[in-house]
Write a protein that binds this ligand. Structure first.
Ligand code: TXA
Ligand code: MG
Length: 348
């Protein structure tokens, strides 16, 4: 198929320009669009046939359920059963924004969205383009990240096209995503609630509304089986072999410089993903991820950098991990660890 391309102002999108993508969604087609986290691959969330196309375009396993995107709390109510009023303060505080909640599903939700399960994941994005598109479409929008399964999530329209050109009806370009890693997913069907995927909203933040909220064991213990189906698959992986180093900044930098030298001596093309400043290695490609203090800059650029290394044909990537200590650093390291297939080396 020929993929239509629509460019809009990410901060203040022109409703007329979004009319066509909204129509495609209503008519059962696929539209990739920006959210504040990553680009989503959207379909009419109440149309099972349309949602099945998402799985085909992404080559996504059928047992991995989709998130439904809504315009507001009211838009969520028909999709869920027995919403506890006690959850409203959380939703009012965190929405619109990068939080996905898992609740009991209603009859309206197609089986393909929930992968046959009894729960549904719902999120209300804050990105102006996503909000206006959902409003114009007049339906809830099922949208996983707009990458092919296993690849890093796309955080700009060029990266979406790399995976999806010819596989979707339309790509809406609203610029780069501000956060760059996917939403926090929290299961509210259990008490205390359980974080299934870490993200921008941390355990500490959610704990103000959800006393005793915990992280899924699989996020803490590599041997535990994740409760969120998507977490068990290979993820975010660049083609190049990625290794991540964490620890004292000077030690980490020296180690990366050494590794790059050795890799290049073996004839490998080597890339480095580094914080600003310090001595730079003689790598084939050096990409920067902001300062150590600015973790949102780090998450924002993470997936697009991994894709840029692949485009440059790099064989090996050495990256500086997020500094230990903060919960958001843990969310970023959750992605980096998967991208690196577990190769995270702790140095002093
Ligand atoms: O930020 C985001 O959440 C992005 C943007 C596009 O909104 N979407 C996204 O979707 O990351 P996806 O499909 O790539 O990841 C959804 C995650 C998967 O790990 C999936 O298994 C989990 O949410 N999930 C979906 N429905 C679920 C459910 N009913 N119970 C448990 N986990 C669920
Ligand atoms: Mg995904």
């Amino acid at each position: 198929m020929k993929t239509e391309y629509v460019e809009v102002d990410g901060r203040n999108p022109d409703s007329a320009a979004l009319g066509r993508p909204a129509e495609i969604l209503r008519n059962g087609g696929l539209v990739a669009f920006p959210t504040e986290t990553v680009y989503g691959l959207g379909a009419n969330g109440l149309d099972g046939e349309a949602c099945r196309k998402i799985f085909a375009a992404k080559e996504r396993p059928a047992d991995n359920p989709l998130i439904l995107h809504v315009a507001d709390i009211e838009g969520m109510k028909p999709l869920v059963r027995g919403l506890d009023e006690g959850l409203i303060p959380l939703l009012e505080a965190a929405w619109p924004g990068p939080l996905t909640v898992v609740l009991r599903r209603s009859e309206l939700v197609p089986d393909v969205v929930t992968a046959g399960g009894d729960t549904v994941a719902v999120r209300c994005p804050s990105h102006p383009v996503a909000r206006e598109l959902i409003r114009l479409a007049g339906v809830s929008v099922a949208a996983p990240s707009a990458n092919r399964s296993g690849r890093p999530s796309p955080t700009n329209a060029k990266d979406v096209l790399e995976d999806m050109d010819g596989r979707v009806d339309c790509v809406v370009d609203g610029g780069a995503c501000a956060i760059g890693i996917e939403s926090t997913v929290v299961d509210l069907t259990e008490t205390p609630a359980v974080i299934l995927r870490p993200g921008f909203y941390t355990e500490e933040y959610l704990g103000r509304f959800l006393p005793g909220v915990t992280l899924d064991d699989a996020l803490v213990d590599d041997a535990a089986i994740p409760r969120s189906p998507g977490q068990k698959y290979r993820h975010y992986a660049p083609k190049a072999r990625l290794t991540v180093y964490v620890g004292e900044p000077e030690t980490v930098r020296r180690r990366i410089i050494r590794e790059i030298g050795e890799a290049r001596a073996r004839g490998k093309k080597a890339g480095a993903l580094l914080f600003e400043g310090g001595e730079a290695p003689e790598a084939d490609l050096v990409l920067r991820q902001g300062t150590r203090e600015d973790l949102v800059a780090m998450s924002k650029g993470l997936f697009s950098s991994l894709r840029a290394f692949d485009r440059a044909g790099v064989d090996v990537i050495f990256a500086e991990g997020a500094p230990r200590g903060s919960e958001y650093a843990r969310s970023i390291m959750n992605r980096l660890r998967k991208s690196a297939s577990g190769r995270v080396i702790e140095l002093g």
